[in-house]
Write a new protein. Structure first.
Length: 725
């Protein structure tokens, strides 16, 4: 590591949220000006800083100093103090006031401001209020720096500094030093291990029960972030005892104390025998509430139809110009008598036709129908295939992004008679909790999804649990329609779902117009990447007339590694986009005409997690970017580009709810941890016309055999059975 000391000459960019900064530093020895990149709190041009880091070379901007730790140094000497005080750091202090203060206190001026601000009232024109303001500004500016320096010295990422100061205020350092474990409980993302390391570095002799309780809460939060709703008690006790060397009696006592205090809930389940489930209280409340609302809905009878169901079905077929299969007719007849029900089936089994038919049937009956899906992409697709307006679940529930509260609840429920939710496999426990609370008891709910898809990104496995409970009426669509049976993609999707090898063509085989499913054998990750780039840039566009950016979507099981999304995006950007206009932010580099993906819900911009767009313009003067999302222009400032990533290659998880003309998927043993049957199945079912797998048959075989989807600890099935049994 190298240390640089100098004066900040210019701040090119500064993110107020995480303090990521790009600037120019003028060093004293040797006398030169260098570009610096890193996390620097509240930095202003003119300040003297000491940075520790290493030299790196940016592919476009050349040599930069990327620093890990930063310390703002106070100026020495009267002249330096005068320059510092009039730099704008302390508002309300102009040259005249600065001269008066320095004349009175000399080189002790900054110490007076920090330690004895009441002495400032000795200066004409400075009363108690102004003295307090100067002191608070000093604390705000230097408190963040002190916290960041302290955390960096203890191995905590600087991105957390702003969150800590925001949560704890000027007393942040005192709070951390007094009780480091409070960080793990109060600041999302820091975790017990980091707090424990700070405590050990400070030599704090912590109460063993406090340490054990913090460790328990951390373990539960970590489990939720991994998709679990609870943690089995025996596994938790063993993990904490082994990993953190806390004796079992202490962990057991701490567990009971947390339960008695209401921070956690411990519940016995029949399986596995003799074990108990340990929940964070909000997760238990959410799961228990879902089960309670479903049980309540199941107890409410449904009013009979105002006209014979056969007559309504005939009208539906006439209106939609379709002929419903006997299986579909049975579902339509039966679902009308259910207050809540589930329709499930694989690709080609007619789920979309049923949604259209149910919507039309209820429109004929004069009922208010509401269509919803978990993501913006899934909602748009639902609207396209049904011809009716569809909402995201968040929008349906009138979620307030700023206050993070849902507008719809039991006191103000959704105004609809029939609510149909598609892609329910993507809905996690917390979202389902808020959705179920907003269902009026005079409405009927129909949930549609494929339980063989990947589970949601968030905690829980709602669709599978509801089906497993055998309490909610479930309609299984098993018949693959004749037209679908002619599709190699749908045939192969069902083969994969059953653990069988798909029927695949070789890309270099003689051209077969009916072939939709291809496999290219490549043994090394390097060759896999090269082959994928060639497919997108040349082979697929030339052979099938596909647009290399609009029609082809590369999916990958992982983000890291040669065949992960990060590297694939770099390689595909270089191959597919030669536009000279670029804009860089940190390690990201965007070009006009780039395909990009939005990474999180932004209700102010009306852009959602996983939305795909094309960059249409860059305004370098104002650091602005324009992205076209589905025909609508959205503007991003430079710091808002944190919400964007290149979208040439995306994860399989991010693809859920979408369809693409062609899907290309690397299948290599380097992705061993993610080689699962449901992941492969999900990727295949994203394609409408063509699928190309690139990799090895060994890796494909591993994925097909691995039918243990990530086992999630969730108790919804048990709760439902207990409440309705």
């Amino acid at each position: 590591m190298i240390s640089l000391e100098g004066t900040l000459e210019h701040i090119t960019f500064h993110n107020e949220e995480n303090h990521y900064t790009i600037g120019r530093l003028k060093t004293g020895f040797p006398k030169t000006t260098v570009t610096i990149v890193g996390h620097l709190p509240s930095a202003l041009a003119g300040e003297t800083v000491k940075l520790t880091g290493q030299w790196t070379t940016h592919h476009r901007y050349g040599q930069q100093f990327r620093f890990d730790t930063a310390e703002i140094l106070l100026p020495a000497g009267v002249d330096g103090i005068r320059t510092y005080m009039t730099s704008g750091i302390l508002s309300g202090i102009g040259p005249s006031t600065a001269d008066k203060i320095i004349s009175r206190f000399g080189e002790t001026t900054l110490s007076v401001i920090e330690e004895s601000p009441e002495k400032l009232t000795e200066i004409d024109g400075i009363g108690e209020k102004k003295a307090a303001l100067i002191h608070s500004q000093w604390q705000a500016h230097h408190g963040l720096t002190s916290v960041m320096k302290f955390l960096q010295e203890n191995g905590v990422k600087p991105v957390f500094s702003g969150k800590i100061v925001k949560a704890y205020g000027p007393s942040a350092l005192d709070i951390i030093r007094n009780d480091p474990y409070q960080l793990a409980n109060d600041i999302p993302g820091i975790g017990f291990a980091a707090a424990d390391r700070i405590a050990q570095n400070l030599g704090i002799e912590t109460n063993v029960f406090d340490r054990a309780q913090s460790c328990i809460l951390h373990t539960l939060r970590e489990a939720v972030s991994e998709g679990h709703v609870f943690v089995p008690e025996k596994a938790m006790l063993e993990r904490i005892s082994t990993l953190y060397e806390i004796d079992l009696p202490t962990v057991e006592d701490s567990l009971e104390d947390l339960s008695n205090a209401g921070d956690i809930v411990i519940q016995a389940f029949p399986e596995p025998a003799g074990d108990r489930a340990v929940y964070l209280k909000p997760m238990w409340q959410a799961e228990h509430s879902i089960a309670g609302r479903i049980a309540a809905l199941l107890s409410v009878p449904v009013a009979p139809l105002p006209k014979p169901v056969k007559q309504v079905l005939a009208e539906v077929e006439d209106q939609l110009i379709i002929a419903l299969s006997p299986e579909q007719q049975t579902v339509l007849e039966t679902v009308t008598a259910c207050r809540i029900s589930i329709i499930t089936g694989g690709p080609g089994t007619g789920k979309t036709t049923l949604i259209k038919s149910i919507t039309e049937m209820n429109r004929i009956l004069g009922r208010r129908v509401c269509l919803a899906a978990p993501t913006g992409r899934a909602a748009r697709r639902l609207a396209e295939v049904t011809g009716h307006k569809a909402h995201t679940i968040h929008k349906l529930l009138e979620y307030n992004f700023h206050d993070q509260v849902f507008g719809k609840d039991p006191d103000d429920p959704i105004d609809a008679d029939i609510i149909i939710v598609d892609e329910v496999s993507m809905v996690d426990t917390l979202l389902m909790h808020h959705f179920m609370r907003a269902i009026p008891f005079n409405a009927s709910v129909i949930m549609v999804g494929d339980a063989h898809q990947l589970p949601p990104v968030g905690p829980g496995n709602i669709l599978s649990d509801m089906i497993a409970s055998e309490t909610v009426p479930v309609f299984y669509l098993n018949t693959i329609f004749r037209q679908a049976r002619q599709s190699p993609i749908i045939v192969n999707a069902h083969l994969v779902r059953n653990g069988e090898f798909p029927q695949m063509h070789k890309m270099n085989a003689p051209f077969d117009e009916s072939a939709e499913f291809y496999f290219i054998e490549q043994q090394t990750p390097e060759n896999v990447v090269s082959s994928i780039v060639d497919l997108c840039a040349e082979k697929l566009p030339d052979r099938f007339g596909l647009h290399p950016i609009d029609d082809i979507q590369v999916l990958s099981p992982m983000h890291k590694g040669l065949a992960g999304t990060i590297n694939l995006n770099r390689q595909l950007q270089a191959a597919l986009n030669s536009h000279p206009d670029t804009l860089s932010f940190g390690s990201k580099r965007f070009k006009v005409d780039d395909k990009v993906m939005h990474l999180k819900n932004n209700y102010q911009k009306d852009v959602f997690n996983g939305d795909i767009g094309i960059i249409t313009g860059l305004d370098k003067a104002d650091n602005l970017m324009h992205v076209n999302f589905y025909g609508r222009d959205v503007e991003y400032s430079l710091e808002e580009t944190e919400e964007l990533a290149l979208g040439y290659a995306i994860s399989v998880h991010k693809s859920q709810g979408s369809e693409y003309p062609a899907v290309v998927l690397p299948v290599i043993t380097h992705h061993y941890i993610m080689l699962q049957r449901n992941l492969l199945y999900t990727a295949i079912t994203r394609a409408r016309k063509y699928v190309v797998l690139v990799g090895t048959k060994k890796a494909l075989g591993i994925a097909l055999k691995n039918n243990k989807p990530q086992l999630r600890c969730s108790g919804l099935s048990h709760h439902l059975s207990a409440m309705t049994g």
